[in-house]
Design a protein around this ligand. Structure first.
Ligand code: SF4
Ligand code: SF4
Length: 227
């Protein structure tokens, strides 16, 4: 995915949750992205807000949203039902963009004009760019209404960030009993040349395979190579 694809996924949602850290405590608020270019994704806040202080101090932010519906309905079993859609998130480093730089960008690309007009209207407004980030599109169809498996996950990064691997994987301790494959409702496990492997684009890291494996061959991997 390139930066345009990423922006369009976020823009289709509109209002997004932005997370920051304030003295070690997570903080969230709703905002939106208004532009993108080869340098990153752009959003605005006001210098009088805690959001600004947190962004300025930590120079980090995380964004996420969900399409097409955020309300929860229930199926015939009384279980949550989500119509097919996607979530998207991006986490990384931000920097403030001076107003004269924003004006220069608006000459080359009118998408930035909105930011210029808004700052002229509200002088305490300023712009930030998420310039180095990794993230993921988590495309879900839990009831398999349009395809034969529940998930399609696609990682992305820009600005030089690395995409971390998090989830589960099968180690050499596997005795090829097949219990994990039989128990995976995400159809993420298959057998190739006698070895069981996980397709991480389909895996939800739900842990069902981890719980049934008799050989302790499922390893949980956590970690962020960017930190
Ligand atoms: S359940 Fe464990 S031992 Fe059995 S095939 Fe899966 S990973 Fe291998
Ligand atoms: S963690 Fe869940 S989705 Fe992933 S392979 Fe195991 S059972 Fe399947």
């Amino acid at each position: 995915m390139n930066i345009e694809d990423i922006y369009k996924k976020f823009d289709k949602i509109g209002c997004l949750t932005f997370a920051t850290i304030d003295k070690g405590t997570p903080q969230t608020r709703i905002a939106h992205l208004f532009a993108y270019d080869h340098e990153g994704l752009y959003f605005r806040t006001m210098i009088t807000k805690p959001f600004y202080e947190q962004l300025s101090k930590t120079k980090k932010a995380s964004i996420c949203g969900m399409y097409p519906k955020t309300s929860v309905s229930y199926n015939w079993e009384g279980m949550p039902y989500f119509p097919p859609g996607y979530t998207i998130r991006a986490t990384g480093n931000v920097r403030e963009i001076p107003f004269d730089v924003l004006k220069e960008k608006s000459v080359a690309d009118e998408m930035f004009l909105l930011g210029v007009k808004d700052i002229e209207k509200y002088p305490a407004m300023t712009t930030f760019c998420l310039y180095e980030a990794w993230g993921e599109v988590y495309d879900f169809d839990y009831e398999m209404e349009h395809r034969s498996h529940k998930l399609l996950r696609e990682g992305f990064s820009f600005g030089g960030a690395l995409i971390p691997f998090r989830g589960v994987r099968i180690t050499d301790a596997c005795i090829s009993c097949g219990k994990c494959q039989a128990g995976c409702s995400f159809k993420a496990i298959s057998q190739h040349e006698g070895k069981f492997v996980i397709d991480h684009t389909r895996c939800d890291a739900c842990g069902d395979c981890y719980m049934v494996c008799p050989a302790g061959a499922i390893e949980i991997v956590a970690g962020d190579p960017n930190s």
